[in-house]
Design a protein around this ligand. Structure first.
Ligand SMILES: NC(=O)c1ccc[n+]([C@@H]2O[C@H](COP(=O)([O-])OP(=O)(O)OC[C@H]3O[C@@H](n4cnc5c(N)ncnc54)[C@H](OP(=O)(O)O)[C@@H]3O)[C@@H](O)[C@H]2O)c1
Length: 360
């Protein structure tokens, strides 16, 4: 697999995802290690040959995190305090794969105690003093070695990667995005719920009590046309995040963005249909050539792709169905699919950590 396919940052080649001996010497904590994202991050760290004795896993209670088909078992201990850094003696870097309420309290406490923090929740993303980073796009924001970095919303990160190329070539004036978001975007409860509902629908005998569903309705055989709570203006929280975060990551505060987010009965990978109004005339050949070259992207010529089932578990954001729109020469449409637990969360966070310079 090439450097580009593995989503590596140019200049960090030679180690998986740019994870070198300097990074492996750090004591790393994963808070929320038993969740969908924390577990993936632990797998990625092991794949990047981070010593397992320097990976500290925290969640709500004591337990074991079984990885690599049960071949590796990491101890999990409970997080004692969200307000103080007492659990983090000797920790160099903490990944917060936790609900927003926990990150909001814990991140400042850790920074205060000198621990570097990469927060994967939405708690701090829009704070002006916190960089919101997709390394291939705005990795330059890490040059000043910030102590706290936010990882974007999964759909924002997936959409931003191809959009950054479009912006560089033609400029962006308006965007319409429609997302088809996987069950695992709602964490391990989302995956368990989809499995349970599918099993129940097949008539197979129930195995244990039904999980507590994070969805407002049955998801199996269904589409729920709003992800997260819907506000009084009819916009969902997820739609608001996508609009605000895309403007911040792309550095385009005036960009007009409209989005609709839907939850679909897919286990893994978010898909996004994107319609753009450009600042200059579209040149499709040039766009295809640049998308094919850009780090972190994989272009497909399959007229019916990319699709989540085939993209699950892979690093790049897959882009296809690239075509001129019908609204004049500045109109572009395409489809993007990314494994949101990897590039939308754990992998992007690991890449941020890899790209962070040593603290002075
Ligand atoms: N899933 C995605 O695709 C995705 C993508 C981008 C960003 N994110 C964000 O990443 C974060 C984690 O998401 P997820 O999908 O992994 O959620 P998840 O599967 O529900 O996992 C949540 C994790 O947080 C832990 N936790 C919850 N309350 C805690 C507490 N009071 N003290 C200590 N640990 C606690 C849980 O521990 P227990 O197992 O012990 O309960 C679990 O390890 C969220 O902020 C989410 O918005 C998720």
């Amino acid at each position: 697999m090439s450097t580009k396919e593995r989503g590596m940052i140019p200049g960090n080649e030679g180690a998986p995802w740019g994870w070198t001996d300097r990074h492996r010497s750090q004591h790393v904590a994963i808070v929320g290690a038993t969740g969908a994202v924390g577990r993936e991050l632990a797998q990625l760290l092991l794949a990047a040959e981070h010593p397992r004795e320097r990976i500290d896993c925290l969640a709500r209670r004591f337990g074991k995190l079984e990885l690599a088909l049960g071949r590796v078992k990491l101890d999990v201990r409970p997080l004692e305090s969200t307000r103080e850094a007492t659990d983090f003696e000797g920790t160099d870097l903490a990944f917060l794969c936790t609900p927003s309420g926990i990150s909001r309290e814990l991140a400042p406490a850790l920074c205060e105690a000198g621990v570097r923090v990469i927060d994967l929740s939405s708690a701090l993303r829009m704070r002006p003093d916190v960089p919101l980073v997709v390394p291939e796009i705005n990795g330059g924001e890490l040059r000043g070695a910030p102590r706290l970095v936010a990882n974007p919303n999964c759909t924002s990160a997936i959409a931003a990667l191809p959009l950054a190329v479009v912006q560089r070539l033609f400029g962006l004036e308006e965007l319409i995005l429609v997302s088809y978001q996987a069950a695992s975007g709602a964490g391990s409860a989302g995956i368990e719920t989809l499995h349970y509902e599918a099993r129940e629908a097949s008539g197979a005998p129930a195995q244990g009590a039904p999980p507590q569903s994070p969805f407002v309705a049955r998801l199996h055989q269904n589409v729920i046309p709003a992800v997260a709570d819907v506000g009084p203006d009819g916009t969902s929280g997820e739609e608001q995040k996508i609009c605000e975060e895309l403007r911040k990551i792309l550095g385009l505060p005036g960009l007009v963005v409209e989005s609709t987010t839907a939850r679909v009965p897919v286990e893994r990978c978010h898909s996004v249909a994107i319609h753009c109004r450009l600042g200059a005339d579209l040149d499709l050949d040039r766009l295809r050539a640049e998308l094919a070259r850009a780090p972190g992207l994989a272009l497909t010529e399959d007229p019916h792709g990319p699709r989540p089932l085939e993209c699950a578990g892979s690093d790049p954001v897959h882009v296809g169905r690239i075509r001129a729109g019908t609204r004049g020469k500045r109109s572009l449409c395409f489809f993007a699919v990314g494994d949101q637990i990897r590039k939308g969360a754990a992998l992007n966070a690991l890449q941020i950590a890899a790209a962070l310079p040593a603290e002075r």
